[in-house]
Write a protein that binds this ligand. Structure first.
Ligand code: NDP
Length: 339
């Protein structure tokens, strides 16, 4: 299949790209600069231009940003849209988080409808952020599933960057489903809703300082930042990046994934468990790690929400990796960039 993958320089997209190539697909991936394209190309020296090519899309928040990228020869059959800002280093939530997420999503769908009628399936990387409700709190006993939508409003979104990020994912995914309903395009949609994504980074795009947001807590624990107090876990569900990447690819390959949301989660975790796994597998970090009596990083005393990931296992057949395997592989990948 011929696929357009957006945001190919991202943490998750790098794994999606690897699996697409393993499955024999032909991929054009968008990146923001030629320099990033070159790095990805160099990391896949034996892959020809027919299997891996690039399109430059500097800013997905611009109207029509994808008009050129969606057109290719041979024509695309699938689009996987992962590009969206995921960091909290913003001063203007509207411009830096909401606009690229929402306009990026509606923009690519409009471009596909207008100029790429051969596209039959679109897979979008949404998030547990579009499922979880801040008002529910720890919600012990509550079971989150694909039925749930984050009720966040636009004015709540503007309060702070983390609300802004959660709203950006919620509004973008809602806009995608609305587009399909009102515009009745040629394609069906599938959305991926993962919580915190952990797992190995590809070395050619990364440095320890410019690490993707979701792995930063592992780096921080390795660097001794949890020695005296472990940071609050925040979101208590996780998934491994390789399982999530495979879910993206299966959601494009399987007809039965059409018009479904997927809550892609392996289960619960805490920052304390991450520290314990690092200590067990990498004794060299013992001196900088917290001990059994270090405060923080545990589940809330009252308990925490539950999850239903049955659709992902039933429809996509994903078998989730364990937290231990994920953390061990992540630590090794961080060591490879100098941790
Ligand atoms: P990364 O920051 O590694 O990837 C984000 C990608 O989006 C990068 O390729 C980035 O390009 C691109 N991007 C961001 N803003 C723009 C823009 N304005 N114009 C063009 N490209 C842009 O993060 P992840 O891989 O973790 O995130 C990928 C997707 O997964 C996002 O949609 C995110 O919301 C979602 N997600 C991630 C989770 C996680 O825990 N990691 C959890 C749930 C969902 P560049 O690097 O060049 O700026």
């Amino acid at each position: 299949t011929r696929i357009l993958l957006t945001g190919g320089s991202g943490f998750i997209a790098a794994h999606v790209l690897d699996i697409l190539l393993e499955h024999g697909h032909s991929v054009v991936t968008t990146v923001r600069s030629q320099e990033k394209a070159n790095k990805i190309k160099e990391a896949h020296p034996n892959v020809g231009k027919d299997k891996l090519d690039f399109a430059i899309v500097e800013d997905i928040a611009q109207e029509g940003a994808f008009d050129k990228a969606v057109v290719s020869e041979p024509a695309f059959e699938t689009v996987i849209h992962t590009a969206s800002p995921f960091h909290f280093n913003v001063t203007d939530v509207q411009k830096e988080l909401l606009d690229p997420a929402i306009i990026g999503t509606t923009g690519i769908l409009k471009s596909i409808k207008k100029s790429a009628p051969s596209v039959k399936r679109v897979v979008i990387t949404s998030s547990f952020a579009s499922i979880v409700s801040a008002a529910k709190g720890n919600a012990p006993g509550y079971v989150y599933s694909e039925e749930d939508w984050n009720p966040i409003t636009h004015s709540e979104a503007l309060k702070d960057p983390s609300s802004g990020y959660r709203a950006s994912k919620t509004f973008a995914e809602k806009a995608a489903w609305e587009f399909v309903e009102t515009e009745k395009p040629n394609f069906t949609l599938a959305t991926m809703c993962p919580p915190l994504v952990l797992g190995p980074i590809v070395h050619y795009l990364n440095s320890l300082d410019a690490l993707n947001t979701s792995n930063q807590r592992i780096r921080d624990i390795m660097q001794g930042k949890a020695k005296n107090e472990i940071a609050a876990t925040g979101v208590y569900l996780w998934t491994d990046v390789r399982d999530l990447a495979l879910a993206h690819v299966l959601a494009m390959e399987k007809p039965e994934a059409a018009n479904k949301r997927f809550f892609v989660t392996a289960g619960h975790f805490t920052n304390k468990q991450i520290a314990q796994i690092i200590e067990k597998n990498f004794p060299q970090y013992k001196d900088v790690l917290p001990t059994e009596s270090t405060p923080g990083g545990d589940f809330p005393e009252e308990g925490i929400y539950q999850y239903n990931n049955k659709r992902v296992t039933d429809v996509l057949g994903i078998k989730f990796k364990s937290l231990e395997e994920s953390i061990v592989d992540t630590v090794r990948s961080l060591q490879a960039v100098g941790a």
